[in-house]
Design a binder for this molecule. Sequence first.
Ligand code: HEM
Ligand code: HEM
Length: 196
Amino acid sequence: MRPDEKKSKSAVAHETYSAGARHFHWWTVALIAIQIPLGVIMTWYGEKYNFASPTAQMYDSHKLLGITILIIVIARFAYRILHGAPGDEPTLEPWQRMISHITHWSIYALLFLVPILGWLAVSAYGPFKPFGIPLPALLAENGDRATFFFTLHKGAAILLALLLCMHVGAAIFHYVIRKDGVLNRMWPGLPRRDGK
Ligand code: HEM
Ligand code: HEM
């Protein structure tokens, strides 16, 4: 086999995201789609109804779900580093490739940062016991630090939400307007749009 033949075969094999990468992607989507609205609703409800029930249950669910997301993101990131990603969709302009890489890596960074900031904040607020389960605190109790990390947690979560709106908008733009194969690379079970 000629070296260029080998190269083109491996390029074909990497044209779409693997089943594992797609599972990780859509599990993250499902959990983040619950977590962000839950964060907004619980803080709004707590302020409006003076922390009446079920505010505490919503807070505890948000904390446990946030830690679960962090664990899944660590596993996903390890998978990404070990398995890589398919080459860029060939129809993309160089600037679109650059923006998509920056957006994807920023989303990964925020998927780590947002839950870690939340964990730091609740540790400083003290005691970290969602539903009575004692979980490790990352910091000693300190009210000022708790306020500081809650502000960062909120700011980073807003940034993540904005990037995700951009990301989803780009996926829909590619599917509906450009009619290229970008969405098919990640959509569960779909082959390439060009049938290759
Ligand atoms: C990817 C994971 C996470 C996302 C996307 C997320 C998102 C959010 C959002 C959108 C809010 C509402 C902010 C506001 O309106 O003030 C919030 C608040 C909050 N989050 Fe998270 N969060 C995550 C993980 C965590 C974790 C792991 C913890 C703790 C272990 C946590 C603890 C809290 C707490 C206690 C609040 C309420 C803050 C307050 O009352 O001012 N979050 N989060
Ligand atoms: C919570 C919401 C989401 C998160 C956190 C997220 C995160 C990511 C990340 C980190 C990547 C890069 C994968 C890699 O190269 O390792 C990616 C790729 C992708 N996502 Fe999302 N995503 C979300 C929602 C969505 C939605 C709703 C859609 C579709 C409407 C979508 C469509 C895609 C597509 C098509 C790719 C592959 C882009 C390419 O071909 O390079 N994502 N997503």
